[in-house]
Ligand binder design. Structure first.
Ligand code: PLP
Length: 470
């Protein structure tokens, strides 16, 4: 009842021809019959059970849960983008190809690099692509290397992608400031190291100030510099990784460039490279000819294809919209705002929680709940209690080098008032930890479901919803 279907435009006679009678349903399917308002209420009610970035503050460190501008949705739905078929001939999709070409140029400019692929569908997929490019580069030089150096503060995908790509990750320890230890880096560098994989600012939110020296040490040994640029929220228009000496960089369009994020995707993880690695990029790439744009399959040294068709096109259109709406100056303001917001929030909460690494952070910072642990309150309890105040929890227990870690990233899209009310909740929770820790152990109590047994949820996966009409 909820929808009026148009008359079928296939005559009954043809239906019988296309689908023999014996395969046709004789009785109507047993589908629920509900009205339009019931459908609307069902989905609106579901949407309020869920937490999402349109509902409240989402300080999920490293994940850059910024607001996703609605204009991105409008542009990607334009018929010229939304109704394309990937098998259309190049000549009928010139606008789409031009858009792919242009966003590639923008991302190269933002990254300070020379070539790009838009194929990877996520950050981790970009990492795998980048590592395969590194392998192709070393193979072409005739020296198959074995190891990728990964700092102990790295995102878990870094060592995972390294292993999947066939390399072996070698962990390097951070120094007491939370930065790469140059002495240790020197002792690890040798002819078997293919690359250093670095996040900068690192996951503590701290900028690697000795990056030029680091790049020098790595390049001198013939190895490459890989930058995990999943989160570029501190760098836009301020620093270009290519200028710092990085050879390969992946972006997460679903973080820095405001495309929807979470629920398993879809995302996009373009990979930009320096000139010496362009020949190895996945194909097809986009080629600009005298009479328009086309797909270029002609690279004999290419590592091949990394995904079906040309990547997650509708995600790329959203990110393109974001970049064009902001322009060069707006992008720089994004990063300035992200850095100011993170530092403002830190200044509000720093007297109530431990801050193990003291250098001025950029777009995010990592607190430790160790002080609260003395009252028997774990970081998990703090995270759960935040839900009662209407906030999403921060990233917890990451990076691994911080005990009881709370990793907080407000992003530039939060107002001063939102940041202050989150800080108020954090301060109140610090007091509760001292005075009535039981409240924290029981949290959350105001959410649709209370504390879940997360280990059981992961081990005894049961995703079937049993309908009961009682
Ligand atoms: C999110 C993130 C990744 C992984 O990106 P996915 O799209 O989730 O695969 C890698 N590195 C860092 C630093 C990240 O924040």
């Amino acid at each position: 009842m909820g929808v009026n279907l148009p008359e079928a435009d296939v005559p009954q006679a043809n239906i019988d021809e296309l689908l023999p009678k014996k395969f046709q349903r004789q009785t109507p399917a047993c589908l629920p019959e509900i009205s339009e308002p019931e459908v609307i209420r069902h989905f609106v009610n579901l949407s309020t059970l869920n937490y999402h970035v349109d509902k409240g503050f989402y300080p999920l460190g490293s994940c850059t849960m910024k607001y996703n501008p609605k204009i991105n949705e409008e542009t990607q739905a334009l018929p010229g983008f939304g109704s394309l078929h990937p098998h259309q001939p190049d000549s009928s999709v010139q606008g789409a190809l031009e858009l792919l070409q242009e966003i590639g140029e923008y991302l190269c400019e933002i990254g300070g690099l020379q070539g790009i692929t838009l194929q990877p569908a996520a950050g981790a997929h970009g990492e795998l692509t980048g590592l395969m490019l590194i392998r192709a580069y070393h193979d072409a030089k005739g020296k198959r290397r074995k190891y990728i150096l990964v700092p102990d503060s790295a995102h878990g995908t870094n060592p995972a992608s390294t292993s999947i790509s066939g390399y072996q990750p070698l962990q390097i320890k951070s120094n007491e400031q939370g930065l790469v230890d140059l002495e240790q880096l020197r002792t690890y560098m040798n002819e078997d190291v293919a690359a250093l994989m670095l996040t900068n600012p690192n996951t503590l939110g701290i900028f690697e100030s000795q990056i030029s020296e680091i790049a020098g040490i790595v390049h001198e040994a013939g190895a490459l510099m890989y930058m995990d640029g999943a989160n570029m929220n501190a760098l836009l228009g301020i620093v270009r990784p290519g200028d710092l000496g990085f050879d390969v960089l992946h972006f997460n369009l679903h973080k820095t460039f405001s495309t929807p994020h979470g629920g398993g995707g879809p995302g996009a993880g373009p990979v930009a490279v320096s000139g010496k690695m362009i020949d190895f990029l996945p194909q097809p790439c986009i080629k600009k000819n005298d009479d328009g744009f086309s797909f270029d399959y002609g690279r004999s040294d290419s590592i091949g294809k990394m995904s079906t068709f040309y990547g997650n096109f509708s995600i790329i259109v959203r990110a393109f919209t974001y970049i064009r709406m902001l322009g060069a100056r707006g992008l720089r303001e994004v990063s300035e705002g992200a850095i100011i917001n993170a530092n403002y929030l830190l200044s509000l909460v720093k007297d109530y929680y431990d801050l193990p690494y003291k250098l001025t952070p950029m777009h995010e910072f990592v607190l430790s709940g160790e002080r609260q642990l003395e009252y028997g309150v774990k970081t998990l309890d703090i995270a759960k209690r935040l839900l009662d105040f209407g906030f999403h929890a921060p990233t917890v227990y990451f990076p691994l080098i911080v005990h009881e870690a709370l990793m907080i990233e407000p992003t530039e899209t939060e107002s001063k008032a939102a940041i202050e009310s989150f800080a108020d909740a954090m301060i109140l929770i610090a007091k509760e930890a001292e005075e009535k820790p039981q409240v924290l152990h029981e949290a959350p109590t105001t959410t649709p479901v209370s504390r879940l047994d997360e280990a059981m949820a992961a081990r005894e996966l049961n995703i079937r919803y049993l309908f009961s009409d009682k």
